[in-house]
Design a binder for this molecule. Structure first.
Ligand SMILES: Cc1cc2nc3c(=O)[nH]c(=O)nc-3n(C[C@H](O)[C@H](O)[C@H](O)COP(=O)(O)OP(=O)(O)OC[C@H]3O[C@@H](n4cnc5c(N)ncnc54)[C@H](O)[C@@H]3O)c2cc1C
Length: 458
């Protein structure tokens, strides 16, 4: 069942029963199962006795590089295979998505799309909706509660959003069952102009930053996401509440890259976590996956300047400005930081993990970012460096979570703390935080991961 508040009509034209197919524009929800937009397209297609065509526009996405495209394209190859098995056609072309969809829509009875919260994702949908001449329905598939249903305002902290989500989320936690398709799309001859069968070659042909290469730590695709989730439910969830602040404990789910590319649905994860019923572990996990993650959606939805320093709360900016001239324990350029070339071996380890494997544990992300604030010539420079490194090297970068959590380093969604040099009233994070876990074990794990990554690349 798809909750009616997950649907939005973006273009209110009538359905054209003389169309050749129902078109699903896949953009955010890059998966063939547990995808409500796809299932809605199938429902319409069945009622009109038409096949379904899924279209994906391959275009430059701000800050995306070879690391990101490799993960996405290999995931899409799996999507295509799964769709073909279900009798759904899939087309991918090197074209801005709204332009590709506009072209294909002329033969469609109606168009269904999924939902994305970042500026460019909203702009594509707005551009498409204008004069499309076909009914266009948007379906929420990557947040549990659609952002404006959860709240009508820019929330100040998790504590203000949490009760609103808690009141609503049971209504939205519905399984998405695969509908059988009445008419297969085998006869639809709609050609792609890129070859998902040869991702390395395709990757090479794209005009993107090739210097940040693919990582092998995370196998892409919805199958891999579900396997990793099953392992986490078995081994990590029970320990999650107790161990999630210890990077070396292996209690994190590693779901963030899959969530970022829509290769797994947060609803599917929450339902599985509830079924596993691991008490405090389940509760703590849902807090992160739903409350914290959807707080990030709230931020990028309601703050038009979410990727700018000016999006930070004014108390934080004022306090950081008052401490602008405080002496720093060290000052590093963005290049030195990117090269993991600082005096702090723990920080360097975290930066190496990020560069080489595309991931870092939440606790190390906090430490990593707070140190960038402490070691940069100004808070504005620190914000720019942290966001740029975050989005360049993390597989889950360029996400609502990226902008919001980098903002958190500078006081977003937090409160004033007792004054400290450089940080002012913004929460600091020092060496003491590293005493709470086994840093030597963490460093050994990172070295092993880095070695494995280099061995695969050789
Ligand atoms: C400075 C900084 C930068 C960050 N950059 C990103 C980023 O670019 N992309 C990104 O997805 N997350 C980011 N985070 C949030 C968080 O660190 C990651 O989501 C998490 O570490 C991903 O690993 P996991 O899936 O194993 O997490 P788990 O602990 O297993 O959590 C499960 C899921 O809950 C959500 N979640 C967990 N922690 C947070 C949090 N603090 N805020 C919001 N959602 C959360 C994520 O979707 C995550 O996948 C950042 C945090 C900080 C402090």
């Amino acid at each position: 069942m798809i909750h009616s508040e997950c649907l939005q009509v973006l273009c209110d034209a009538p359905v054209r029963p003389d169309g050749r197919y129902v078109l699903y524009w896949m953009q955010q929800s890059q998966r063939a199962e547990f995808n409500p937009a796809l299932e809605l397209a199938i429902e319409f297609a069945n009622s009109l006795d038409l096949p379904v065509l899924v279209a994906f526009g391959l275009t430059a996405f701000p800050e995306a590089n070879a690391r990101h495209y490799d993960f996405m394209l290999r995931g899409l190859a799996e999507v295509r295979a799964r769709l073909t098995k279900r009798g759904v056609a899939f087309v991918i072309r090197k074209q801005p998505p709204h332009e590709l969809v506009r072209g294909l829509a002329s033969d469609a009875a109606l168009v269904v799309c999924d939902r994305g919260y970042l500026r460019i994702q909203r702009a594509w949908r707005e551009a498409l909706a204008k004069d499309l001449g076909r009914r266009l329905i948007q379906v929420e598939g990557d947040a549990v509660v659609p952002v404006e249903v959860a709240s009508d305002r820019h929330e100040t902290a998790a504590r203000t959003l949490r009760p609103k989500l808690q009141r609503l989320w049971d209504d939205f936690l519905n399984a998405v069952e695969p509908r059988p398709l009445h008419r297969r799309a085998d006869g639809l001859a709609i050609a792609s102009d890129v070859d998902l069968g040869d991702v390395p070659r395709l990757l090479h042909s794209l005009k993107i930053d090739q210097a940040v290469g693919p990582v092998r730590r995370f196998a892409p695709g919805e199958g891999a996401a579900r396997s990793l989730l099953a392992r986490f439910l078995d081994d990590g969830l029970e320990r999650y509440a107790r161990d999630r602040s210890r990077p070396e404990a292996g209690a994190a789910s590693l779901m963030s890259p899959y969530l970022h590319f829509g290769q797994i649905s947060p609803v599917e994860i929450v339902l599985a976590v509830r079924r596993a019923s691991r008490g405090e572990g389940s509760k703590a996990y849902v807090e992160e996956l739903v409350v914290r993650r959807e707080l990030a959606f709230n931020h990028v939805h309601f703050a038009p300047n979410y990727d700018r320093y000016t999006a930070l709360p004014s108390w934080a900016r004022q306090s950081l400005a008052a401490h602008r001239d405080d002496p720093r324990p060290a000052i590093y350029t963005a290049e030195q930081l990117e090269a993991a070339d600082t005096h702090d071996p723990h920080w360097n380890t975290a930066m190496r993990e990020m560069r080489t494997t595309g991931y870092m544990h939440n606790v190390m992300r906090m430490y990593w970012g707070k140190k960038i604030l402490q070691w940069s010539p100004s808070p504005e420079a620190a914000f720019e460096t942290a966001l740029a490194l975050n989005n360049r090297w993390f597989l889950d970068g360029r996400d609502a979570n990226s902008f919001t959590n980098v903002g958190w380093l500078f006081g977003l969604h937090d409160r004033p703390w007792p004054n400290q040099p450089v940080f002012g009233a913004v929460r600091a994070m020092g060496q003491n935080s590293l005493r709470k876990f086994d840093t030597a074990a963490y460093a050994r794990q990172v070295e092993a991961l880095v070695a494995a990554e280099s061995a695969r690349a050789a």
